[in-house]
Design a protein around this ligand. Structure first.
Ligand SMILES: Cc1cc2nc3c(=O)[nH]c(=O)nc-3n(C[C@H](O)[C@H](O)[C@H](O)COP(=O)(O)OP(=O)(O)OC[C@H]3O[C@@H](n4cnc5c(N)ncnc54)[C@H](O)[C@@H]3O)c2cc1C
Length: 429
C-alpha cells in the first residue's frame, strides 16, 4: 500500500527550522528592504547575504537543483513542502537560492549550455552573484510565441539581434539576458527560433521603460534591441531549438509558482479565519454567520484540493523525471494557481471590510498577484486548452449513432449476461 501523506520525520525537522527562520529572520525584511533582486543595494548585502550563508551552512541552498549543481537533489515533493513555507515571503526564495526566473534560467543553462557558457553564466547565477532575465514576449503579443519578430541574423563574426521585447522581468538588475529570436524564418513554426545568451551591457540594448503593476516596483522592461552583436558561440542550445529550450524552463517554473502560491493562500486563509472569530456585528461574531461559514468551508476545500494536486504533480515529476509526461498535470496546476489565490485572498479581503481593501493589508496585493499568475508563463486559456487536448487523447469517438453507454444498449447487454438466471427468480417484494 503505497499511498502516504506523511512527511519523513528527519525532513520535518528541516521544515520546522525553515518555518522558524522564515518567520523570524526573513519576513521582517519584506517590510523594510527594496527590490529583492537588487544585489548591489547595500542593505541587501548587509541583511540578506548573512541569511543566505546560514541557509548554505544548513545544506538548504538551491534545493531545486541536483547535487552536481550544488543543490541537494531533494526532488519536487520536498521542494514543494519547502516552497509552501518560504513562498509567503518576498525575500524567501532568494535567501534560499531558488528565485524565479533565475531558477528556470539556471536549469536551461545546466541542460543546454556549453562548458564555456556554464562557466561564465551558470556558476555565478547559482551562487547568486548575479541575476538573469528571460526575454520571449514581445509588445505585439506573448501568448503565441510563434508570433515573435525579433530576428538574429548571422554574419562573418557572429549574430546580430534586432527587435523588441516586453515584460522582461528584472532586465534592469540582470547581468545577462536570455533572448529568443527568429534565426530561420522559413523553417516550420516551432523550428524558427533560437535562444541567445547576451550580456546586459552589450551595445544596442535599450530599456525603453520599466513597467510595473499594483504596488510592485516597475521592473518589467520594455526592451529595444538595435543591431545587438554577439559572437557565434552565444547561442544556447541548437539552432532552431528555441521552443524546446523555452519549454524546459517553463515546466519547472510553473510548478514552483504553484508551490509558493500555497503559502500565500494559506496566509490569506488563516487571516480570514482569525478575523471571522474576532469581529462582531448584529450581536454575533462573523464566524457565527452561515454565509461567512460558507466562505471558510469553500476556501478550505479549494485549498486542500489544490495542495494535493500540486503535491501529486510534484511526485509525478520526481517519479517520471520527464516534464513532457507531466505536461497535463503542470498545465492544470498552472491555471488552478491564480484562481486559488484570487478566490481565497478575495474572500479574506472582503471579510476584512474596508480594512481588507486598504494598503494596510496584503489582500489587494495578493489579488493583483493572482492576475500576474494568470498571465506570466502563458495565459490561463492556453493551459486549459492543453489540459483538454491531453485529456481527450485518452478517449475515442463512438462509431454508432447511439453511444456504447446508451442505457437501452447497456440494459440489453445486462440481460444477455444475467437474463436467463433472472427469469427463474421472483423479486422478494
Ligand atoms: C508579472 C509578469 C511577468 C512576466 N515576465 C516575463 C518575462 O520575464 N519574460 C517574458 O518573456 N515574458 C514575461 N511575461 C509576459 C507573459 O509571458 C505574457 O504576458 C503572456 O504570455 C501573455 O502575453 P501578452 O501579455 O502579450 O497577452 P496576449 O498574448 O495579448 O493575450 C491577451 C489575452 O488574450 C487571451 N488569449 C490569448 N491566447 C488565447 C488563446 N489561445 N485562447 C483564448 N484566449 C487567449 C487571454 O485572455 C490573454 O490573457 C510576464 C508577464 C507578467 C504579467
Amino acid at each position: 500500500m503505497a499511498w502516504d501523506f506523511e512527511t519523513d520525520p528527519a525532513f520535518q525537522l528541516e521544515l520546522d527550522w525553515i518555518d522558524r527562520f522564515t518567520r523570524e529572520e526573513i519576513e521582517p525584511l519584506d517590510h523594510l528592504l527594496g527590490n529583492h533582486y537588487d544585489l548591489k543595494d547595500p542593505r541587501f548585502i548587509r541583511f540578506v547575504r548573512p541569511l543566505q550563508r546560514q541557509v548554505r551552512e544548513r545544506g538548504l541552498w538551491a534545493c531545486h537543483l541536483g547535487p552536481e549543481l550544488g543543490g541537494q537533489g531533494y526532488g519536487q515533493v520536498k521542494l514543494a513542502l519547502m516552497n509552501e513555507i518560504i513562498g509567503r515571503t518576498r525575500f524567501g526564495p532568494i535567501v534560499f537560492g531558488a528565485q524565479a526566473p533565475d531558477s528556470g534560467n539556471a536549469e536551461i543553462l545546466a541542460r543546454y549550455g556549453t562548458l564555456a557558457q556554464r562557466e561564465r553564466y551558470l556558476q555565478p547565477l547559482l551562487d547568486n552573484e548575479i541575476v538573469s532575465c528571460f526575454c520571449l514576449t514581445e509588445p505585439h503579443g506573448g501568448a503565441d510565441p510563434v508570433m515573435i519578430r525579433t530576428t538574429a541574423t548571422t554574419d562573418a563574426v557572429g549574430w546580430r539581434l534586432a527587435g523588441e521585447k516586453w515584460f522582461a522581468t528584472n532586465a534592469r538588475y540582470a547581468d545577462f539576458l536570455i533572448i529568443m529570436a527568429v534565426t530561420d524564418p522559413d523553417a516550420p513554426p516551432h523550428k524558427r527560433a533560437s535562444m541567445f545568451l547576451v550580456p546586459r551591457d552589450t551595445p544596442g540594448i535599450e530599456i525603453v521603460r520599466n513597467v510595473g503593476y499594483g504596488q510592485t516596483e516597475a521592473t518589467h522592461a520594455y526592451l529595444r534591441l538595435t543591431d545587438v552583436r554577439v559572437p557565434a558561440d552565444a547561442m544556447l542550445g541548437g539552432r532552431g531549438d528555441g521552443f524546446v529550450v523555452a519549454q524546459t524552463r517553463l515546466g519547472g517554473g510553473r510548478i514552483h509558482h504553484a508551490m509558493r502560491t500555497i503559502a500565500k493562500a494559506r496566509e490569506a486563509f488563516d487571516r480570514m479565519c482569525e478575523r471571522a472569530l474576532s469581529r462582531t456585528t448584529k450581536g454575533e461574531r462573523l464566524a457565527d454567520k452561515q454565509m461567512v461559514q460558507e466562505k471558510i468551508a469553500d476556501s478550505w476545500v479549494e485549498f486542500e484540493q489544490f495542495r494535493l494536486l500540486v503535491l501529486r504533480t510534484a511526485w509525478k515529476i520526481d517519479k517520471l523525471q520527464d516534464y513532457k509526461q507531466v505536461r497535463k498535470d503542470i498545465a492544470a496546476v498552472k491555471f488552478a494557481t491564480p484562481k486559488l489565490l484570487h478566490d481565497i485572498a478575495g474572500r479574506a479581503l472582503h471579510l476584512h471590510g474596508s480594512l481588507g481593501l486598504s494598503d494596510e493589508m496584503p489582500f489587494m496585493h495578493w489579488v493583483t498577484e493572482s492576475y500576474f499568475l494568470a498571465l506570466a508563463d502563458g495565459p490561463t486559456e492556453v493551459h486549459k486548452v492543453t489540459v483538454a487536448k491531453q485529456v481527450l487523447r485518452d478517449y475515442r469517438p463512438s462509431e454508432d449513432l447511439f453511444p456504447a453507454y446508451h442505457l437501452p444498449r447497456v440494459r440489453a447487454a445486462a440481460l444477455d449476461r444475467y437474463g436467463a438466471d433472472l427469469d427463474e427468480l421472483e423479486p422478494a417484494s
